[in-house]
Write a protein that binds this ligand. Sequence first.
Ligand SMILES: *[C@@H]1O[C@H](CO)[C@@H](O)[C@H](O)[C@H]1NC(C)=O
Ligand SMILES: *[C@@H]1O[C@H](CO)[C@@H](O)[C@H](O)[C@H]1NC(C)=O
Ligand SMILES: *[C@@H]1O[C@H](CO)[C@@H](O)[C@H](O)[C@H]1NC(C)=O
Length: 499
Amino acid sequence: MFFSPACCLILLLVLNFTDAGRILWKIKERVRNLQLQKAKQHLQQQTVSGRLPLQHVKEGRIHQPLDHFDRQDVSTFPQRFFVNEAHWQRPDGPVFLFIGGEGPIFEFDVLAGHHVDMAEENGALLLALEHRFYGDSINPDGLKTENLADLSSQQALADLAVFQQYISQNFNLSHRNTWISFGGSYSGALSAWFRGKFPHLVYGAVASSAPIVGLSLMNEAVGGSEKCLAGVREAFAAVEALMNGNASQVAMDFGCCTTPKNLDDQIELMQNLADIVMGTVQYNEEGVLMSINELCGVMTNKSNAYEEEMEAYNRLVKLAKIYHFTSEEPCLDISHEKTVKDLMDTSLPLGRRAERQWTYQTCTEFGFYQTCEDATCPFSGMMTLQAQTQFCPMLFGISQHSLPGRIAFTNAYYGENDNPHTHRVLYVNGGVDPWKELSVVQERTEDREEAQTIFIRDTAHCADMMSRKVTDRRSLRKAREEIEKHVARWLKMAAAGEN
Ligand SMILES: *[C@@H]1O[C@H](CO)[C@@H](O)[C@H](O)[C@H]1NC(C)=O
Ligand SMILES: *[C@@H]1O[C@H](CO)[C@@H](O)[C@H](O)[C@H]1NC(C)=O
Ligand SMILES: *[C@@H]1O[C@H](CO)[C@@H](O)[C@H](O)[C@H]1NC(C)=O
């Protein structure tokens, strides 16, 4: 009910963990850290062959207006960016802009990744701009509710426009320098919207995995099966049943830090268990958790070790143990009170916070993922939309009833995703991405090769954005080649003066 026009990008964005408990955020952070580590290794190898010195990266700050749409407001915030000129063919080489999303950016965003590979081949200047209110790009009092008013995707797009001008001036760029933007998930949407709203500033846009489980658990290409999905469903039903009978037993079995005090804690527990499954699906084979293959191995394992009645339940217990083994937390934190307290905290230790800001953006712009209230969802029906959206009034004084109108505005403002009229926007989707159904996957051919879609059958969330590896699946390699072809064609068209 909240979310009909069911097919908007928006919904999907949300993918990203709005619905999530703490675990999914942690998983996301670990994936990011691992990617950075891999990028570092990759880089060290290149430095050895004398090709890509880290010193090429410059960090800068631009003083951005806090509110682009209020001319009487002169306050600013410092926005961080990185520049890598190592590959740039001066003076006319193109500009590849990596757009930051709901988290900090890193030097590696201009040193590693598929866009960097392509920059090397196309002689491009590499830029990365951090999203306002994330990472270091936030004033010290930025997390106060009244100051969050300046956090929105509209303001972020205006930041990009100002940044484009700023860089153009500083690097003496002209119309001969063709700008292409890149992003994944939320920032993938920003990439597409930037092209849509400012087509004179950016010539083409790549939007990777505009976001999300059930389908993936059935995807045989990655080791899923219907049996696996059924196993997950059965296990969650068993946990829910026992929770109603003896919650302290459940807490003990799953290694929780405390016994659930109330329904909110119980929901938190279910959410965290669901996060383990969703995190696995979302980051299949990224090397942080198990793969879908391993998860399904556990969830479908016929073993005499389990008593029949509790079999599904015990498999999930085993899965939680495996997760626990890979994580650094001593126990599974299920305190709802603590979640609320963390989200209310407005301090900024080292600028590494993102949950409060992203919750704010879901409350004001994007809405929450439609949780688990319909029959196709394999998790617990206890994870209701009501439970998710209660944060909006609690944290920000935003009424739950206002959410549908806000989401409708976002969709109206950017245009609904299943009918993008924008030219030269390339949507890349992984087949394992559980919520891929909600992104644009249908090939559009009406207008000559305008908005396009590349579908990768068996890779996870945003995998195409990583640098090439010899071990990459064939489908991923092919998708990257497709992306490269598009980008090369855009650059050619731009050079030929086509609008
Ligand atoms: C841009 O052009 C000006 C004037 O021609 C020159 O002084 C400046 O060094 C140039 N900047 C860059 C980054 O090339
Ligand atoms: C619930 O489980 C705990 C831990 O196993 C046990 O000590 C307790 O007796 C159980 N309570 C009921 C009502 O079954
Ligand atoms: C299945 O269960 C058996 C007995 O507990 C265990 O030895 C085996 O490793 C399990 N297989 C998987 C894939 O988890």
